[in-house]
Ligand binder design. Structure first.
Ligand code: HSE
Length: 296
């Protein structure tokens, strides 16, 4: 095989208290095509700034070939990204996953998905976006002895996800730099207990339980100041009864509800309380992980 296109879903990480652990795949995709050539690197489909050897799809492509002790030959990479960049919807993880899968498929699929997750987790530093991007659905992951371990959790079919995506970005490195290095025991207990409830509420379809459980003391409170109008939007969403959290490191805000019509309810009021432009994007859960959509 000389050419392969990998489709990777967007992901929302943390889901409130599950910092660096919980994640869910969503039906919004980045497709990346890899074609081996005789020499050189050519990257198209993205901003000029991302066409160098530090492109994440290429770095994970090379990391997988290195782990297979295989030579990096020339490669053309074309990126067709529908996941917005630096918005908290897993755009970086999607490129890492695509690169890892692309290299593996082009060299006879010698590594398992777990093997690819191990390699990309070492690059990203946390598996919460990578795991649902590889496996699909709702996942919880831990890192044990340096290696990620992931399980899928069931999800009630009635959930509707609504992403509120602003017109400004927020680099994850900045959103992590404002977090304290240590946590009090009471805050740790708060997050552990709320995290367990989030998973059960998502399984049961219990909106009230999810609304209460999807709160945290580990990251969201520290990140609010980086996202203009966060508190006003949270208050507005809470009047509707929907659950609310930061999507990953932000700045996208995520609403989860069992009640249809949330977009209409928020649509009239959101522009009147905010200064940035917020796109409302209804999303459904993607139960399939990254996959080959074309190969020759
Ligand atoms: N768990 C990560 C964070 C997700 O919140 O920083 C973004 O990569």
């Amino acid at each position: 095989m000389k050419r392969v296109t990998i489709r990777v879903p967007a992901t929302t990480a943390n889901l409130g208290p599950g910092f660096d652990a919980f994640g869910c795949a969503l039906r919004l995709y980045t497709d990346v095509t890899f074609e081996e050539t005789d020499s050189g690197l050519e990257i198209t489909g993205c901003d000029e700034a991302f066409t160098g050897p530090d492109n994440l799809a290429y770095t994970s492509y090379c990391a997988v070939l290195a782990s297979l002790s295989e030579e990096v030959r020339g490669v053309k990479i074309h990126i067709d990204a529908h996941i917005p960049i630096c918005r908290g919807l897993g755009s970086s993880a999607a490129l890492l996953v695509a690169g890892a899968m692309g290299a593996n498929v082009l060299r006879d699929s010698k590594l398992s998905t777990q093997g690819l997750l191990n390699i990309t987790n070492a690059m990203e530093g946390h598996p919460d976006n990578l795991a649902p991007a590889f496996y699909g659905g709702l996942t919880a992951s831990m890192v044990d002895n340096g290696l990620p371990v992931t399980v899928n959790f069931p999800l009630h079919p009635g959930w509707e996800f609504l992403a509120l995506i602003p017109d400004f970005d927020l680099p994850t490195s900045l959103a992590r730099s404002v977090l304290p290095a240590n946590l009090s025991r009471s805050d740790a207990v708060y997050n552990i207990s709320h995290g367990a409830m989030v998973l059960k509420a998502l399984e049961l379809g219990d909106e009230k339980l999810l609304r209460n459980a999807m709160q945290d003391r580990l990251h969201q409170g520290y990140r609010k100041s980086l996202i203009q109008d966060y508190e006003k939007i949270e208050s507005l969403v809470r009047t509707t009864g929907a659950a609310f959290c930061l999507s990953g490191a932000g700045p996208t805000l995520l609403c989860i509800t069992q009640t249809p019509g949330l977009e209409e309810k928020l649509g009239a009021k959101l522009p009147t309380i905010t200064t940035a432009n917020w796109q409302m994007l209804p999303l459904h859960v993607e139960f399939r992980g990254a996959r080959i959509v074309h190969a020759q």
